[in-house]
Design a protein around this ligand. Structure first.
Ligand code: SER
Length: 896
């Protein structure tokens, strides 16, 4: 039972048996606390449960919590490798009671575990309690029978635990292990307590208060328990060593590093192997929890840890990138307990390899400069802050790397000069900014960015988090507070809200402040590339700068947007496959309810092409493979065939999103053969977790967007299904109207159209008949259609609903009917316009001209002109209501 993995399981099982819910570790990036850079204790995920702001369906819990203490308030980075117990990453075992049991049960559970289950000899244990905590003292006394000098009262902050400046807190009691006289060090509270002999192994915190602000402390709703035991420390004790790096887990990692470097872990190289083993854990777990190397924020802490390890790999003589080759050893040790590690295996390996490959080129040059600039220095001297800055700025040396390199020689770095050089560079960058075109219109953003720095985006991994208000803007000006009804912008230190970019719309959602304050976010935009601005309105309460707030993205909307973004990538690739590689993205819109994709292509797509594009894209949806995101060097990404946008500016590191495998290829793992993924695209957007989350892709429109650019519009998931359902509904309604089944609708419509054509033909024949005497035609003026005007016979009619093209036939028929005379027909169309035709029989064309007569008629109809021959002419006019006037006018002309 003494292996690290067994100890972890035994701890969880012991408390599990004692009625505790076994809760998985929360991520290293705290979602519920804006003041913490990394999760640094087991209680962080339960912070709001202690204070009563959150309830869970259990009142007792046990965890093995991933913690990082590097950067931010707790920072152990500098000591790692040189001491027996410092780590950047460690696991904290803890049991928790949320208003359930208190001191007596907590103490008894702890005592039984270490003395009975773990079998530690009580004679080697010591207890501390908070000076005023008589109750804890008495419980321990009764339980252990220890003399007073082995239950030590401590009055300092060592025995009053606080999460940070704010948060739950309370007095605590610690259990110490005595490693024996052969190790230097004194008991807690003594002058040499920091030695390695007496080691704190377990901290039991009796949570009683909440520090609301640094000056205000209130009682928790109910007294609670939070305990923390470093797994590395208890493992060392149970494995009979005082050195965490001598435990089985660390020995395995160090053995892997010895194996790959061929350098023994002794003497001057001992520290380097330890640094590498420790940092390997920290960086791998951070990457698995969504942190990627960056030049600020959490990403920079990660980069610092990586580069520090890489220098030590160099010290061990590694000439090739080393860290990524140690990942399999870490997986063997820890992936079973933390499955997120194996899920991120490819990402961890590639990120480490990329960082080390890139950094090696400047590391060696930088180390040359460092040794040159320090050659005259000795123990106690101070290294130039300007050179340290040059190493930082030009060679990518984090300050702690430079310090670490000089540490063994006892040389410090001039921090003040380093900071001054950094400040000066920032001032120059500001000047350059202010000279840029954007500055004139939106100066306020420059001021804000200058003051608060870049916003850290958490939204790839979470849609809810806490943040701290850094700036409030109302009417274009920074303000300190906002009140109900204010329309404003909020800027935070970190946010899960996606700021509109790359075609993807900004997130909406809600920001909640203390005392029920609500800010409805209607849009999120990025300013100056990395400042996330939340636009919206205060619905209730008030907001102040400096306050912590909780942030919640509209989940349904984001989920739909994710699906649409991933679908856009799939359609892009499918279009290139079906239409050709000339297809290049010309713009896109990724919104929750639809997607739009513009691409270069010279002609409209055929129905077959659209169907094939849809089919191919949906084939990848059905594969339901994970959507993989990696960080790559731009050159490598381009070489691997990733699609990028022309004219888009990319940094030298890019996010690459890959999806699917070529259908028919048996392996479903994209990660292992990342470059062979079906769709590979540079993208900063948010995506579905698996292609199956897209549900379905349906193209609903194809049109021209600009010359040589086509636009397709598509729906996914619920939207696509709703669309298809409504199409189906319409088809059913149509079938019902046609009194047939949906599958026969087309035949039925075809038959109806044919029938319609025939009926139209018949109708037109009938009208012609009617025009020459039957019903449907109206006499004009006199009672009979044929009358004699002077010595000429005139056959004149108006026919309603007549198609002008039928006029000519009517005139011919009319001429036959009169034998000798003039025929005039006015056809009035359905929309009230008129056509007029006049015919003159051959014997009269010398006397009367059809062209002349039709013009007279057309004028009466509000038209003019007309054309034809003397025996037959035709014209039109806008006003069909004047048909009778037209006939009268012709009659008058004939009358002379
Ligand atoms: N929160 C306490 C600590 O971190 C006990 O878990 O030591």
């Amino acid at each position: 039972m003494t292996g690290v993995n067994e100890i972890r399981s035994a701890f969880l099982e012991y408390f599990g048996k004692n009625g505790h819910a076994i809760v998985p570790s929360s991520p290293l990036v705290p979602r519920n606390d804006p003041t913490l850079m990394f999760t640094n204790a087991g209680m962080v995920q339960f912070k709001n449960v202690f204070t009563g702001h959150e309830t869970r369906d259990y009142v007792r819990a046990v965890t093995s919590q991933k913690c990082v203490r590097a950067g931010g308030k707790h920072n152990d980075l500098d000591n790692v490798g040189y001491t027996a117990r410092h780590h950047t990453f460690f696991e904290m075992l803890g049991n928790f009671s949320f208003g359930d049991y208190f001191k007596d049960v907590a103490i008894e559970l702890a005592w039984n575990l270490i003395t009975k289950e773990f079998g530690l000899d009580p004679k080697r244990l010591l207890i501390t309690v908070y000076k005023e905590d008589d109750q804890a003292f008495d419980i321990w006394k009764k339980l252990t029978g220890f003399p007073d000098e082995r239950i030590i009262r401590i009055g300092t902050s060592d025995n009053f635990w606080q999460m940070g400046d704010t948060g739950p807190c309370g007095p605590c009691s610690e259990i110490f292990f005595d490693h024996g006289e052969h190790i230097p060090g004194g008991p807690p509270g003594s002058p040499d307590e920091d030695g390695d002999r007496f080691i704190e192994i377990w901290n039991l915190v009796f949570m009683q208060y909440e520090q609301v602000t640094p000056g205000e402390r209130v009682d928790l709703p109910r007294p609670s328990i939070d305990t923390g035991m470093g797994l590395e420390r208890i493992a060392a004790v149970l494995q009979g060593t005082h050195d965490n790096y001598e435990t089985d887990l660390f020995r395995a990692l160090i053995a892997a590093s010895v194996d790959l470097t061929n350098v023994e872990a002794t003497g001057e190289h001992k520290a380097s192997h330890r640094v590498i083993a420790d940092h390997l854990r920290a960086v791998s777990f951070l990457i698995a929890d969504g942190v990627l190397p960056a030049n600020d924020g959490r990403g920079y802490v990660l980069r610092r840890i990586m580069r520090r390890a890489m220098r030590h790999a160099h010290l061990l003589g590694a000439t090739e990138p080393l860290m990524h080759r140690l990942v399999p050893a870490l997986m063997r040790q820890m992936a079973e307990a933390y499955p997120e590690l194996s899920r991120a295996n490819a990402l961890i390996t590639e990120t480490l390899k990329l960082e080390e490959t890139k950094f090696r080129t400047t590391l060696i040059k930088g180390l040359g400069l460092l040794s040159e600039a320090s050659s005259d220095l000795g123990k106690g001297d101070v290294f130039s802050g300007d050179v340290a800055f040059k190493l930082y700025d030009t060679y990518g040396f984090p300050l702690d790397l430079t310090e670490d390199a000089l540490r063994t020689r006892g040389i410090a770095v001039d921090h003040a000069a380093f900071n001054a050089a950094m400040e000066q560079q920032k001032a120059e960058a500001r000047k350059a900014w202010k000279g840029s075109g954007e500055a004139a219109t939106e100066t306020v953003w420059f001021e804000v960015r200058d003051k608060v720095g870049a916003t850290e985006f958490l939204g790839y991994d979470t849609e809810a988090a806490e943040g701290e208000i850094l700036s409030l803007i109302k009417d274009g000006k920074p303000v300190k507070t906002l009140k109900a009804g204010d329309e404003a912008q909020i800027i935070l230190n970190q946010t899960p809200f996606y700021g509109e970019s790359g075609g993807q719309v900004g997130d909406t959602g809600v920001i909640r402040g203390p005392k029920g304050a609500v800010f409805r976010v209607t849009d999120t935009q990025k300013r100056l590339s990395d400042l996330f601005v939340h636009f919206g309105t205060v619905e209730s309460g008030a907001f102040k700068t400096g306050e912590p707030v909780s942030l919640e993205v509209d989940h349904a909307r984001r989920t739909a947007t994710r699906a649409n973004h991933s679908a856009t990538h799939l359609l892009h690739e499918a279009l290139r496959q079906v239409l050709g590689t000339h297809v290049a993205q010309k713009g896109s819109l990724v919104a929750p309810e639809r997607l739009r994709f513009d691409f270069s292509h010279p002609k409209p797509m055929t129905a077959d092409e659209i169907r094939e594009v849809e089919r191919r894209a949906n084939e990848i949806v059905v594969q339901n493979v994970p959507v993989e995101t990696r960080l790559m060097a731009l050159d490598d990404a381009m070489e691997s065939g990733a699609m990028a946008l022309f004219g888009e500016k990319y940094g030298d590191e890019v996010r690459v999103v890959s999806m699917g495998y070529t259908p028919g290829d048996a392996s479903e793992s994209v990660g292992k053969k990342a470059n062979k993924a079906w769709s590979v695209e540079l993208c900063g957007g948010t995506h579905a977790k698996r292609t199956g989350d897209i549900g379905l892709i349906k193209v609903v429109g194809e049109s021209a967007s600009a010359a040589g650019v086509r636009r397709i519009e598509a729906l996914t998931s619920d939207g696509a299904r709703a669309y298809l359902a409504s199409q189906d509904e319409r088809l059913r309604e149509a079938a019902a109207m046609l009194r047939t089944r949906p599958e026969e609708v087309l035949d039925r419509v075809r038959a109806l159209l044919e029938e319609k054509k025939q009926l139209e033909r018949q109708l037109s024949d009938a009208k012609r008949q009617a025009a020459l005497g039957g019903s449907g035609a109206s006499d004009t003026g006199s009672g009979s259609a044929v009358r004699t005007v002077g010595d000429v016979k005139l056959l004149a009619r108006t026919v309603e609903g007549l198609n002008p093209k039928d006029l000519r036939g009517l005139i011919d028929d009319g001429k036959k009917q009169v034998g000798s005379g003039v025929v005039a027909v006015v056809g009035v169309t359905e929309d009230g316009k008129a056509g007029i035709a006049v015919g003159v029989t051959g014997d009269l064309t010398d006397t009367y001209s059809a062209v002349d007569l039709v013009r007279v008629g057309a004028e009466a109809l509000g038209g003019k002109g007309g054309g034809g021959r003397p025996d037959m002419a035709q014209a039109g006019g806008p006003d069909g209501s004047k048909a009778a006037d037209a006939i009268k006018a012709i009659e008058a002309r004939l009358a002379g």
